[in-house]
Ligand binder design. Structure first.
Ligand code: BGC
Length: 746
């Protein structure tokens, strides 16, 4: 491969763009603060759908071992105190999971392949221990490349300007490209370089690796073959190149493949070291062994050369941005944060692989174990529907592919049909270790059906419903018919339910849940009716495949019709559930003495569960999804009543409130919610990204702008594009493109 190792754009160069434009595309960390290290690791996560790597330093960081073993217990993730105060590296490939004895399935944090260390006369470059100045780091959202620039004054008297650059190729998704340049500003001496692939990594305290085979050769190539306890094989292969003649020596240990080399440098010299790593697994969709494919990928990269490799990667990002970007004139802070959210949404999605979806932390941390929640259908899907329908389709196909797991869940509870998991594994089975959510937060099963229709209405892809959706509809309808209890008046009820508000675990007839279930049953009946009359052959095939009896449709129809809603159009305030009024009032001011921390920290769970304190939007979420069914007065009354008793302890809450505030034309409040949405991951004070990205909130931000400020009528209920803009103060212009029923409008 050619020695010219420019990654396309040189560090700090603006490539003809105005500096301001650069600021609007680069997420920056100015100055190094060890206390924020973990936050930026999450925030600067890079990914390309296939794999994701947290924004850790190449050389690691002192006093932050990555192989600490402990037993993490099932707990409430929102309130749990996380481990690893300083740093947690993270390398994730959606689909590579392991078993935890208490927490069930979890995504495996894979070996760390970014390792590049530098030593001067025995002193290791270490951001916390060395003499460092001029620190700057930024993530360029245009192409997902991460850059760091520091000056290191070594104890031996050399002054080195070090620049680090890396990206995970969006075009060749198995490749990671790294480059480090060291320019000697003054002094001279020997400099050692050590490149590693390290398997001393634990996931939530667990070791998931059964066998590790490190290897390195003096030609500058190193590999690490890892077999997980579940039997997955991961092969990492790196090739090193340096601008100076370096003789490499293998320094492998039991868990690490390592090469060490050295050179002598003088004032004015520049040493450039590049590391090209390819990662393959036995789970990949391509043919051939992981090992063989890794060598093929590396050979392909060699043929392309650095520049072409970068250009192909950058072109892919460019095409994604063409559809996804939102441009805001007049509010630079919002502009950069919105783009950063869109960046994480784009990179989290494996648009070609329907065996996985998007996990709750956007593959940027271990906290939620890589599992799938309703977040996907309700919070993330709208963004994909209108920017990348193929990706949206794949997300729904994931639910179709996991229908068998959902059937097993239903059986485990003694029901017929299919019950989607609150926290889904790869196979669709329930993984939530906490009974409150696993047993009672059943709305997810209906949310998936809502999302199916949202997809069909937004794209016009009716065939999807016929080929895949219908199975989901029938099977989930069967489950609902078993789950409903019948009261003496002949009405169906859903008892013992947790709605979206997770601070009330066991309520009667939650308005959101009952409406979603009613919708789901109604649509099932309508779809079966129209299939039977419009395409009798297809209907016959479905009936046979699913063993559908004619009387079942009547049962679905009857259940839909008789399922009680705890509200009607005459009520001023739509109750969250039948029993909501009976819960205890809370004296928020005396109890919640520090509003920068979650309310849940100030009250025992026992007391919280019998109090009128909402974790997140519930009735307002319902009104967002069925806006045409509620009057303006009801929306206004719901907002006025529920907002003051909502703690927003869940990151899914503020965006919903922002949208409703915007619909009500409460401009200041909507703008304040916008700030809160952005603070969730981007505020250094909150350090919110430390455990991963709140990806549902990223989708929520898109919705706040598109549904809230631009006032787009949801494709769920509108055939045509209708906008009703209400821009926040100071926004001069808002523009974006959307894909609507197959065509793109801007
Ligand atoms: C929220 C849920 C959400 C989950 C994963 C919880 O804190 O209450 O609504 O699905 O986080 O994001």
């Amino acid at each position: 491969m050619s020695r010219k190792m420019t990654l396309g754009k040189k560090n700090g160069e603006t490539e003809g763009l105005q500096m301001n434009e650069e600021n609007l595309w680069c997420l920056k960390e100015d100055g190094y603060d060890p206390g924020l290290h973990k936050h930026y690791e999450g925030l600067f996560t890079q990914g390309n759908g296939y794999m994701h790597v947290r924004g850790s330093f190449e050389e690691g960081c002192s006093d932050a071992p990555q192989d600490e073993e402990y037993l993490r217990f099932p707990d409430n993730v929102t309130l749990e105190k996380p481990r690893h105060p300083k740093s947690k590296q993270g390398t994730f490939i959606p689909g590579i999971v392991g078993r935890h004895p208490l927490l069930k399935e979890e995504i495996v944090n894979l070996p760390y392949y970014l390792g590049l260390e530098f030593l001067s006369a025995g002193e290791r470059l270490d951001m916390d221990r060395c003499r460092i100045s001029g620190y700057q780091r930024w993530l360029d959202l245009r192409d997902g490349s991460l850059h760091r620039s520091v000056v290191w004054e070594t104890a031996a008297g050399m002054k080195l300007h070090c620049t680090f650059t890396r990206y995970l190729s969006m075009a060749e998704t198995h490749l990671c490209i790294q480059q480090v340049q060291l320019e000697v500003l003054s002094g001279e001496g020997r400099l050692e370089v050590k490149a590693t692939l390290r398997a001393d990594v634990r996931t939530n305290g667990m070791n998931h690796f059964a066998r590790i085979v490190p290897s390195a050769d003096s030609e500058g190539s190193l590999s690490l073959e890892t077999l997980t306890e579940e039997g997955n094989q991961i092969f990492m292969l790196s090739a090193l190149e340096a601008s100076e003649a370096i003789v490499w020596h293998a320094e492998n240990t039991r868990m690490t493949a390592a090469l060490r080399g050295e050179c002598r440098l003088r004032t004015g010299d520049r040493l450039t070291v590049s590391k090209l790593t390819t990662v393959t697994t036995d789970r990949d969709m391509e043919e051939g062994t992981a090992r063989d494919r890794a060598f093929t990928h590396l050979g392909h990269a060699g043929n392309l050369g650095w520049e072409q490799m970068y250009n192909r990667h950058a072109a892919k990002w460019k095409s994604k941005w063409q559809y996804a970007d939102i441009r805001i004139k007049g509010d630079d802070a919002a502009q950069i944060n919105v783009r950063a959210s869109l960046y994480h949404l784009i990179r989290s999605n494996a648009e070609q692989d329907a065996r996985v979806a998007i996990c709750a932390k956007g593959y940027a941390g271990e906290a939620y174990f890589g599992r799938y929640f309703w977040d996907t259908e309700i919070n993330l899907l709208p963004f994909f529907l209108h920017t990348n329908p193929q990706a949206a389709r794949n997300l729904l196909l994931f639910r179709y592919n996991t229908l068998e797991g959902a059937r097993r869940n239903a059986r485990n509870y003694g029901y017929r049909g299919a019950r989607y998991a609150w926290e889904s594994s790869l196979s669709g089975e329930e993984q939530c270790a906490n009974w409150q959510y696993a047993d009672h937060e059943i709305h997810v099963t209906a949310d998936i059906v809502y999302a199916l229709y949202h997809y069909v209405n937004a794209t016009g892809d009716d065939e999807f419903l016929e080929r895949y959706g219908i199975d989901i509809l029938v099977e989930t309808a069967r489950y609902w018919c078993d789950r409903v209890d019948w009261n003496r008046e002949g009405y169906g009820e859903l008892l013992g339910v947790m709605g979206p508000d997770e601070y009330l675990p066991f309520t009667r007839n939650n308005a959101f849940t009952n409406r979603m279930v009613k919708f789901s049953l109604e649509q099932t009946v309508a779809s079966l009716d129209s299939l039977q009359s419009g395409k009798p052959d297809s209907y016959a095939a479905v009936a046979e495949r699913l063993g559908l009896r004619p009387d079942e449709r009547e049962l679905f129809r009857h259940t839909a019709e008789k399922l009680r809603l705890p509200y009607n159009s005459q009520m001023e305030i739509v109750p969250q559930s039948d029993d909501f009024a009976g819960y205890a009032d809370v004296e928020f001011d005396s109890l919640w003495t520090d509003r920068s921390r979650p309310f849940g920290h100030f009250i025992s769970q026992e007391r919280n569960y019998r109090s009128k304190a909402l974790k997140q939007a519930d009735v307002l979420e319902l009104m967002l999804l069925f806006p045409q069914e509620f009057s303006h007065e009801q929306l206004k009354a719901a907002y006025a009543y529920y907002e003051p008793i909502t703690t927003h302890d869940s990151s899914l809450s503020v965006a919903v409130h922002g949208i409703v505030a915007s619909w009500l034309n409460h401009k200041e409040e909507a703008a304040a919610f916008l700030q809160r949405v952005m603070a969730i991951d981007f505020s250094p004070e909150k350090k919110g990204a430390a455990e991963g990205i709140h990806i549902a909130n990223c989708g929520g931000l898109w919705q706040l702008i598109v549904y809230g400020f631009a006032g787009l009528a949801s494709a769920m209920w509108s055939d045509t594009i209708k906008l009703q803009p209400r821009l926040p103060e100071g926004w001069e212009e808002l523009s974006f493109q959307i894909v609507w029923r197959g065509s793109t409008t801007g």
